[in-house]
Design a protein around this ligand. Structure first.
Ligand code: SF4
Length: 281
């Protein structure tokens, strides 16, 4: 079974919905749950690593198969039946089970049911709270009834959300995420998400044509951080990511990695603005 920090292969375990990733952050195994095996997303981020990304809504999923795959994979993982060639020592208890994958998880018609199912399986196997339940989302569908129900279930299961926010300007959201909604709508969704669950902001930073994010972009971002503190959103912090993996979208050749020092300096500004920040160069 393939497992690495660089290649997040969705077929790493040969399953439809479940895949293992070695987490750079925890040094342990993160188990991904992919509700978008058809590679559908309502965003088209400039840095997206999904090869063959399709704009649109995902097909329905087979919830029974998801349950079978997750129970089977976690059972094998805990029993040491998979990963003989993984780096030693790789802890057998996963650091998290994360809704992530090849598209926007909350766009799945089974999102709320999937959250309930995964929380139940973690409890069956007595894995919580050491194994966290995580949703990685672009946050654009937070206002939908089914998504709100899923977030409520996630909150009840002490899960957490990593909410994508790559720019605090309307122009930046269009340019980076191809998202026309505007920052005010994003901010109100972020606030709603933080009311339901422990929420981190997840931000990807990179160069375009060798230029880092502009002064105006950074200033707008820092003002949004200060505003979130003033408004009492209760955000848990910021995760500042560099481009760690291969970009699979048109224009990829224009994007480049920022050095660790750039990320550290921006993280220090975010902390000064009021939120804890960690970097993943
Ligand atoms: S939200 Fe995620 S899956 Fe969708 S385009 Fe952006 S990076 Fe890719």
């Amino acid at each position: 079974m393939r497992l690495s920090t660089d290649r997040h292969d969705r077929d790493g375990a040969g399953l439809v919905y479940v895949y293992p990733v070695l987490s750079r952050r925890s040094g342990g195994v993160s188990v991904g749950v992919n509700l978008n095996p058809d590679k559908t997303c309502n965003f088209r981020c400039a840095y997206c690593q999904v090869d063959g990304l399709v704009r649109g809504k995902p097909a329905d999923i087979d919830l029974d198969l998801l349950g079978t795959e997750l129970r089977g994979f976690l059972g094998d993982l805990l029993a040491g039946a998979v990963g003989a060639d993984w780096p030693d020592p790789t802890p057998r208890q996963p650091s998290d089970v994360a809704f992530s994958g090849d598209g926007e998880p909350t766009s799945s018609p089974r999102f709320a049911e999937s959250v309930a199912l995964v929380a139940t399986i973690l409890d069956e196997l007595d894995l919580r709270p050491q194994t966290r339940l995580v949703l990685i989302t672009n946050g654009s569908l937070v206002g939908r009834e089914g998504v709100a129900r899923g977030l409520e279930l996630l909150g009840r299961a002490q899960g957490e959300v990593w909410f994508k926010l790559d720019s605090a300007t309307d122009e930046g959201l269009r340019r980076i995420n191809d998202h026309p909604g505007g920052i005010e709508r994003v901010y109100s969704r972020l606030a709603a998400c933080a009311r339901a669950c422990r929420t981190y902001v997840q931000t990807c930073v990179f160069t375009v044509d060798d230029e880092p994010p502009t002064e105006a972009e950074r200033a707008a971002y820092l003002e949004l951080v200060r505003r979130s503190v003033r408004d009492g959103l209760g955000l848990a912090g910021v995760q500042l990511y560099g481009l760690a993996r291969e970009v699979r979208q048109p224009g990829a050749e224009r994007l480049g990695r920022l050095g660790a020092a750039w990320l550290e300096a921006f993280a220090a500004e975010i902390e000064a603005a009021g939120l804890p920040a960690v970097t993943r160069p």
